[in-house]
Design a protein around this ligand. Structure first.
Ligand code: BGC
Length: 594
């Protein structure tokens, strides 16, 4: 045990100030003479992105150590499965242990206010309860390994457009009930070792100096015990930030902020006790990682890959299955169309981009299950192009006509969906839509498999027979798709977000992304299904939707009481019986979120 107060009393003012920012992009500072180690914190959230040792790429985007790439947050949330996400967290924690990483930067619990947010793939849901429950499970899993997390991006960071400066104007009720509620659950029930403050402003004040959000709500009301770190480069005015409760500035850059802290204490502008408290929180966090980082550890790559496959299978959502076209018979001759079947889109682009330990593709995984002779492939489009290639489509249609059933793999290439940019529309690439439409005219058993991080318009939805939303399924996602297509796994994912028919239907449509200075949240609490339900508006697929290969019967519905006062809890019980031929879910002991 370290006597932290005693350690602080031995530090110079300069040393204390210096601990309040990083040593470089990914490491915190240590003080050797006092036995304070320098620890590493790095991305996250759905896999570890640790810059490779001798790489000159300081961010580590192009060169990071291999790690397991799990499905991104959209798919994790669609499992609605706390235990499973806890296991993902555990696995991430184990990988950090092997790589000697003290804190993995994630998860992200921002609300999906608009389907256009470029980072929706990294967020869980439009619903704060579901977001909070999944976030807390992820955090508890990671932290069970003696590794910290960083719950991000606190708060009201719901778009990428002008994310560094935009001022989110949101009313108190929506702020509390929609935008903060998920963080509240996760903070109270998992105490993330760090919280990451967002770049943007909320109601006129940068998050990095928002006393109300940090001190009053986070610490005062929710009882948060950890430290707050800035998003990378989010610090505005350092002294104000420290006073508001933001302890750590990242990344470490020589911007004169430490000298400002020293000057403010010396001039009496900043009470030294505020600095001492920040240093205390930072040291507590650093020492929490001490035991873990001192032990060698090796995780099992195969079992993490298998877990990633299982999660992708539970997170995939069967949106449509007319005439039970799925599961496909294993003896069927199948036309597998779309370049994504061989060049998968499986993870998000931006700071979460990582280097997987292995990468499966749908073509190989399907042939493993039913043999090469049963699968004929045609690319149908070029993986990175929006433009239609008529020759490729003609070839794909020809392939489809010779098959018993057709599987078309489409989705969003990463240039369509990336951190730092919002989407301008909700459409798939023209080349993908054109392929589906051409094949739909040529065959009566067409299954569309989607790889995307957030909803897309599906103008062809009525022309084809089945739709499987695979989300960004991670390195083992392809195997999970093959499992579901052939009935090895029963689809049990349910949407954690509404799929609107068209972009204009969204409640935030007229007020997104706003700018240049402010974005007004005029739809208030009517986010996602809260709006569509209230307005009785049609959607393509509702929140909670997801089909199964089996059927269920519900009976004996009972409520614990007929009337409720504000603080009482209603218990609803019912009997659910699986009346079909296959198991409803592989993991029978899992409890779902609602
Ligand atoms: C992102 C964070 C990320 C950090 C470090 C920022 O730009 O918003 O989510 O953890 O960079 O890569």
């Amino acid at each position: 045990m370290h006597d932290i107060k005693e350690l602080i009393s031995q530090m110079t003012l300069e040393e204390k100030a210096s601990l309040c920012s990083g040593k470089d992009f990914w490491n915190l500072k240590g003080i050797e003479r006092l036995g304070i180690p320098s620890i590493m914190v790095t991305d996250g959230p759905h896999g570890l992105r640790k810059k490779a040792g001798d790489s000159s790429d300081q961010i580590g985007l192009s060169d990071s150590v291999p790690a397991t790439c799990f499905p991104t947050a959209s798919a994790l949330a669609a499992t609605w499965n706390r235990e499973l996400i806890y296991q993902v967290g555990e696995a991430l924690g184990e990988e950090c242990r092997e790589e000697k990483v003290g804190v993995i930067l994630g998860p992200g619990a921002n609300i999906k206010r608009s389907p256009l947010c470029g980072r929706n793939f990294e967020y869980f849901s439009e619903d704060p309860y579901l977001s909070g429950e999944i976030a807390k499970s992820h955090i508890n899993g990671v932290q069970s390994q003696g590794v910290g997390t960083s719950l991000k991006h606190y708060a009201v960071n719901n778009q990428e457009y002008r994310r560094m400066t935009i001022d989110a104007i949101v009313d108190e009720r929506a702020l509390r009930e929609i935008y903060l509620a998920g963080y509240e659950i996760a903070v109270k029930e998992s105490q993330p070792w760090t919280m990451m403050c967002a770049y943007n402003k909320v109601n006129g004040t940068y998050c990095s100096e928002h006393k109300y959000l940090m001190d009053d709500v986070l610490r005062g009301e929710w009882g948060y015990k950890g430290l707050v770190v800035t998003d990378w480069g989010a610090m505005n005015e350092r002294v104000k930030g420290l006073t508001a409760g933001i302890e750590l500035e990242m990344p470490g850059v020589n911007n004169g902020n430490n000298a400002m802290i020293v000057a403010a204490v010396t001039s009496g502008e900043l009470d030294e006790a505020v600095l001492d408290q920040a240093v205390e929180r930072i040291l507590k966090m650093i020492f929490k990682t001490e035991k873990t980082l001192s032990e060698d550890y090796q995780y099992n790559r195969q079992s993490h890959h298998a877990l990633a496959r299982r999660v992708a299978g539970e997170g995939a959502v069967l949106l449509k299955n007319e005439n039970n076209v799925l599961p496909l018979p294993k003896t069927a001759k199948i036309a597998l169309l779309g370049q994504f079947a061989k060049t998968p889109r499986y993870q998000g682009a931006g700071s979460s981009l990582m280097n997987p330990t292995q990468l499966d593709n749908i073509y190989d995984e399907m042939t493993k299950l039913v043999g090469e002779e049963n699968i004929t492939f045609a690319p149908g489009y070029h993986a990175k192009q929006n433009e239609i290639d008529s020759e490729l489509i003609r070839e794909a249609v020809g392939t489809a006509q010779k098959a018993d059933a057709v599987v078309v793999c489409v989705g969003l290439p990463d240039i369509f969906e990336v951190e730092g940019l919002d989407r301008g529309h909700m459409r798939l690439p023209q080349s993908h839509n054109a392929l589906i439409e051409a094949v739909a005219k040529a065959h009566s058993k067409v299954v569309v498999v989607l790889s995307n991080g957030s909803p897309v318009e599906m103008p062809w939805a009525n022309q084809i027979q089945a739709i499987l939303e695979g989300y960004l399924g991670g390195q083992a996602g392809a195997g999970a798709i093959a499992d579901i297509l052939f009935g090895e796994v029963n689809p049990s994912g349910k949407l954690a977000e509404t799929f609107p028919i068209k972009l204009e239907d969204n409640p935030s449509y007229h007020y997104f992304p706003g700018g240049p200075n402010t974005i007004e949240y005029r739809e208030s609490i009517y986010v996602g299904y809260r709006y569509f339900d209230t307005a009785a508006a049609d959607v393509l697929f509702p929140f909670g939707h997801g089909l199964s290969y089996t059927t269920f019967e519900y009976s004996d519905l009972q409520l614990s009481q007929r009337t409720l006062t504000d603080n009482e809890t209603l218990t609803v019980t019912l009997t659910v019986k699986n009346t079909g031929d296959v198991a409803g879910k592989r993991s029978s002991n899992s409890t779902c979120v609602m």
